[in-house]
Design a protein around this ligand. Structure first.
Ligand SMILES: [Mg+2]
Length: 262
């Protein structure tokens, strides 16, 4: 069982590279990488995030030696475009959508059944929210994002009310609130940890293949917990304690660590 620790108490992966390398030489790891905050800097504007050429080169080289998957909260096509490498695996939308080389594709089956429901609610909300100016819809495959950054302050409570009234009729949907955006998602228990376990089976013949997971956020904790036979590395820190085994300080150290695997 992995235990929770204060991130500051975690050993540095960089300071323990030799010890880690000897582990990896005995067990060739599967490598799982978060995107935002791990491969690419966190930026003000979500759309502007990108990884630099050096990181892309390192990941590409790694992929010639190891099985690699990028696991992100972003939609699949979004994260795939941003990384831009064809011979690795991707888990988008926290793992609802998984894809890989040779046209490998696997969507969450329960979520897939929800697609007609998404189409229905999108149409209804488009219509009902017409009374409010500045609402912008963004449809990802398994998430309907409704942005209200441009909505007048005195209209915001009405905006939420309209959505909440409608969503009540759909127990299989969940309304989440982000920064000036409402996200409607399938009400399904699925997270990065489950996505990683699915991929571990897919990427290895072994029952319980040795794995490494690097991530920076609370949603990565679900994956760290699954690293029973493996190593979780927290990038920087988030607001809570962590199930990771090691830490690196920042993206530069992520690069340094990944380079050491080559
Ligand atoms: Mg992240």
């Amino acid at each position: 069982m992995k235990t929770l620790q204060d991130p500051k108490q975690l050993d540095s992966a960089i300071e323990n590279l030799e010890e880690l390398q000897s582990k990896f030489s005995k067990n060739k790891p599967l490598i799982f990488l978060d995107f935002d905050g791990t491969l690419a800097p966190i930026v003000e504007n979500h759309e502007d995030a990108g990884m630099d050429d050096e990181t892309r080169k390192i990941v590409k080289k790694l992929s010639q030696k190891y099985a690699i998957a990028v696991v992100s909260g972003r939609g699949l096509s979004d994260v795939r475009d941003k990384v831009g490498l064809t011979d690795i695996y991707y888990a988008g939308s926290h793992g609802f959508e998984i894809a890989g080389p040779n046209n490998f594709e696997k969507d969450n089956e329960e979520a897939e059944k929800m697609l007609p429901v998404f189409n229905e609610i999108e149409e209804i909300l488009q219509q009902k929210l017409r009374v409010i100016d500045g609402v912008r819809f963004e449809r990802k495959k398994f998430t309907l994002a409704i942005h209200y950054r441009q909505v007048a302050e005195d209209k915001i409570s009405e905006f939420h009310e309209i959505i909440e009234n409608e969503i009540q009729n759909y127990p299989k949907l969940h309304k989440g609130d982000g920064k000036k955006v409402v996200e409607i998602k399938p009400n399904i228990d699925w997270h990065k940890g489950k996505a990683v376990n699915f991929l571990r089976k897919e990427l290895s013949e072994e029952e319980n293949p040795f794995s490494i997971y690097l991530g920076d956020d609370t949603t990565d904790e679900d994956a760290f917990r699954e690293m029973e036979n493996g190593i979780g590395i927290l990038v920087g820190e988030h607001a809570d304690d962590s199930y990771a085994d090691y830490r690196v300080e920042n993206i530069e150290e992520v690069k340094q660590f990944l380079n050491s695997l080559l």
